[in-house]
Design a protein around this ligand. Structure first.
Ligand code: FES
Ligand SMILES: [Fe+2]
Length: 335
């Protein structure tokens, strides 16, 4: 692992949606500069490995799955679910050595997402409990490439002041641009929460017209894990959204939203999907336009106003924990 990547070692990182890799399938991804294969065996268990065959370095994701083994596409070496090579077809009488072993990572599936950790997870994979709310319907968007850093993508998710400009007619409008003061607090689990957030939205919930004041709570539990809950004031049926930000490189991210729609029987899954996707698509070119792509942690690097309290809290919090991946401090070259 490179130096900056070390700050990701204990983090759960989203790789793809569970449905992206069917039973018996294998697919390649890049997570934090590392080629990753996700393959699913015949009982449906997902395995997340380095996408690298130790024989000659071919990508295992180009191979195929045989029950509970994955077969390298180059010379047909077969690996079991522990990563150990069991068979070398060109020398079938040889017993493969212990070194003939693929690199495996800790992985889990939660919220319809396949997650991995490069080292030992520093915390439990339970940061989106709203997914378990009775009467909630889960919608996972398809991952979208954003040519910017994961921290920039997370900060955009926490930002309210752009609603009337980037999401005009849906999450905001020019007649209501003010972001009322809100509180940013550190939570007992070490995360940050923005409370008492409010914003006027013309159509802020699926199917809602006529405008309403919407209450928000924003949470950042880990450097690349954020979620929000929004609800029309006095209304029923909250919308909970988790941002999955999968870092490809320090300046490229695959981002998607996992949303829980409470008590919404009026809309089809496709309508809810389209509602969330439109928002994500509106954010993408703006986030890609931000320079530098890596998030500046030096608070003098950009201008912060009262409405940016959560962003300032996020940057300070990242700096305090020494989180480096996708960030920049003043003594490093910008890109
Ligand atoms: S490179 Fe994988 S079997 Fe040769
Ligand atoms: Fe946005």
């Amino acid at each position: 692992m490179r130096d900056e990547t070390l700050s990701l070692a204990g983090e759960w990182l989203p790789v793809c949606n569970s449905e992206d890799v069917p039973e018996g399938g294998a697919r390649g991804f890049v997570v934090a500069d590392e080629r990753i294969v996700v393959w699913r065996d015949s009982i449906g268990a997902a395995h997340v490995w380095r996408d690298y065959c130790p024989h000659r370095g071919a990508q295992l994701s180009l191979g195929h799955v045989m029950r509970d083994q994955i077969v390298c596409p180059y010379h047909g070496w077969r690996y079991d679910i522990e990563g150990q090579c069991l068979r070398i077809p060109s020398n079938p009488s040889l017993r493969p050595s212990k070194r003939a072993c693929a690199t495996t990572y800790v992985s889990a599936e939660q919220y319809g997402v396949v997650w991995m950790c490069f080292g030992e997870p520093a915390y439990a994979l339970d940061f989106f409990p709203e997914a378990g709310i009775a009467g909630g319907r889960r919608i996972n968007l398809a991952p979208q490439t954003v040519r910017s850093s994961a921290p920039r993508v997370v900060e955009n998710f926490l930002d309210m002041a752009h609603f009337s400009f980037v999401h005009a007619g849906i999450l905001g409008e020019e007649a209501h641009t003010e972001v009322p003061d809100y509180d940013v607090v550190q939570t007992p689990d070490g995360g940050l929460e923005a409370r008492r957030c409010r914003y006027w939205q013309p159509a802020g919930m699926p199917g809602q017209g006529g405008g309403a004041m919407i209450d928000y709570v924003y949470r950042v539990k880990r450097p690349l894990i954020a979620s929000l809950t929004k609800m029309a004031s006095g209304g029923q049926g909250a919308l909970h959204i988790m941002l999955a930000a999968s870092p490809v490189t320090q300046t490229e991210t695959r981002a998607w939203l996992v949303s829980i729609h409470e008590d919404d029987t009026a809309h089809s899954d496709q309508e809810l999907y389209d509602f969330n996707m439109e928002i994500l698509m509106q954010d993408t070119p703006i986030v890609e336009s931000q320079w530098p792509a890596r998030l500046p942690l030096d608070l003098d690097a950009e201008l912060h106003q009262r409405c940016d309290r959560m962003a300032v809290g996020y940057r300070r919090w990242l700096a305090g924990m020494g989180f480096e991946y996708g960030t920049v401090s003043d003594d490093r070259a910008l890109e």
